[in-house]
Design a binder for this molecule. Structure first.
Ligand code: NI
Length: 397
């Protein structure tokens, strides 16, 4: 990975925010909270917003916060979104601002997203006279699951006034610090989950003829599920079936009565949404039937594919080209089969979600997201603010 020096035309008012952005981010990092429990985080966000003259609302989808700012000039209603939740991971970093909460960690950069949106709020509060239209700042809970975006939309955050377009970013350690990754169309995948319990008939490890071995059935199911992507979906359609859990048996000389397995399914093409559970169940059913086992299963659509609007993506690309160091071959057409509930906002209104590169191997800041040693290069925080502000300023121009 090349290291992008963060040389950007960041305006002085935003550059001056950098120490505060770091301070806010580190405060969130030290006190991480899981989805729908972001009470202290929301309180801190509310406190700062009020200090700057906002009248924010909280308690939306439990812990969500929304603030609206109306500019002095007429213009569109735009929204920006950040997520606030942390993960159930024990942090292994030894930095002074490491998590103070056992078993909970900001291991995905949402602390940075919240700080960046606060930076935007601070900047806009001081630029009200120059601001065109209205901006809604949406601080969302529970992105890591079960999802705060959908309940916030159902609570009406995109209405009164009706939002015309929405933008958001994710700090991204797959890209060097300062790079921007974006693409029109699907950027991130649908994120579905399934679980299955296979019921056999247990017995003596030496008398298989008296049993239905749930463990053997489950093992065949796991292997056969891999053929859904390999043999039943077009190779031109990216998709993943991952079995992440398999539990069966308790003793070496006992044939397992029951087995449970669970996993996740990812794909970009929304047409695959009805296809995947059908294919999976056909395999589970067929194998269970062949061995005389029975099964119960459950398939859940958690997040749909995240699809960027082409015109809004052009805007983000234009903005990124203005501020990102051009010599580094940036702006890759990047895509990931990771899921993200920003997808629901982008189903509701046109918009664009993009990645802001945040890895810096020279500083040891290149562990992957959700790793217990994840951290990112804070130098990009002000760049995040600049990018989002430029999206607002240049929308519709
Ligand atoms: Ni994330």
């Amino acid at each position: 990975m090349t290291v992008a020096p963060v040389i950007t035309p960041i305006r002085p008012e935003i550059r001056a925010l950098q120490p505060q952005l770091i301070q806010w981010r580190r405060a969130f990092h030290q006190r991480p909270e899981l989805g729908f429990q972001e009470v202290a985080t929301a309180a801190r966000v509310m406190h700062l917003l009020r200090q700057w003259g906002y009248e924010p609302e909280t308690g939306i989808a439990k812990t969500g916060v929304v603030a609206v700012i109306r500019g002095q000039k007429p213009g569109p209603v735009l929204a920006l979104r950040a997520d606030m939740d942390a993960l159930p991971i024990q942090e292994l970093n030894t930095v002074p601002y490491r998590s103070q909460v056992d078993g909970v960690m900001h291991a995905c950069g949402h602390d940075g997203h919240t700080a960046i949106l606060l930076g935007v709020a601070h900047y806009l509060a001081h630029q009200r006279d120059n601001l065109r239209g209205t901006v809604k700042l949406i601080f969302q809970p529970a992105e890591e699951g079960p999802g705060g975006a959908k309940p916030m939309i159902e609570a009406g955050v995109l209405q009164h006034p009706q939002v015309e377009a929405i933008f958001g970013l994710h700090l991204w350690n797959d890209l060097p610090a300062g790079a921007v990754g974006v693409r029109a169309g699907p950027l991130m995948a649908a994120s579905d989950f399934f679980s299955c319990r296979i019921q056999g008939r247990g017995g003596h490890g030496a008398k298989p003829q008296q049993t239905i071995d749930a463990l053997v059935v489950a093992a065949q199911v796991v292997v056969a599920l891999q053929t859904v992507v390999a043999r039943q979906i077009s190779p031109l359609e990216p998709a993943v079936v991952t079995v992440g859990e398999l539990h069966a048996g308790q003793a070496r000389n006992v044939i397992a009565d029951q087995a449970t397995l669970g996993g996740t399914v990812r794909y970009f093409n929304p047409d695959l949404a009805p296809v995947m559970p059908r294919r999976l169940e056909a395999i589970i059913q067929g194998i269970c039937q062949a061995y005389g086992a029975t099964y119960q299963w459950d398939y859940e659509y958690l997040y749909p594919p995240l699809v960027n609007d082409p015109a809004m993506t052009d805007l983000v690309r234009t903005v990124a080209q203005q501020v990102v160091e051009p010599t580094l071959g940036l702006m890759p057409d990047c895509q990931t089969l990771g899921g993200e509930d920003m997808a629901f906002f982008l189903q509701a209104v046109p918009g664009c979600y993009f990645f802001l590169g945040s890895a810096n191997p020279l500083k040891g800041l290149d562990f992957p997201h959700h790793h217990p040693r994840f951290d990112f290069d804070e130098a990009v925080l002000s760049l995040g603010v600049e990018l989002l502000i430029r999206c607002l300023e240049q929308y519709g121009r």
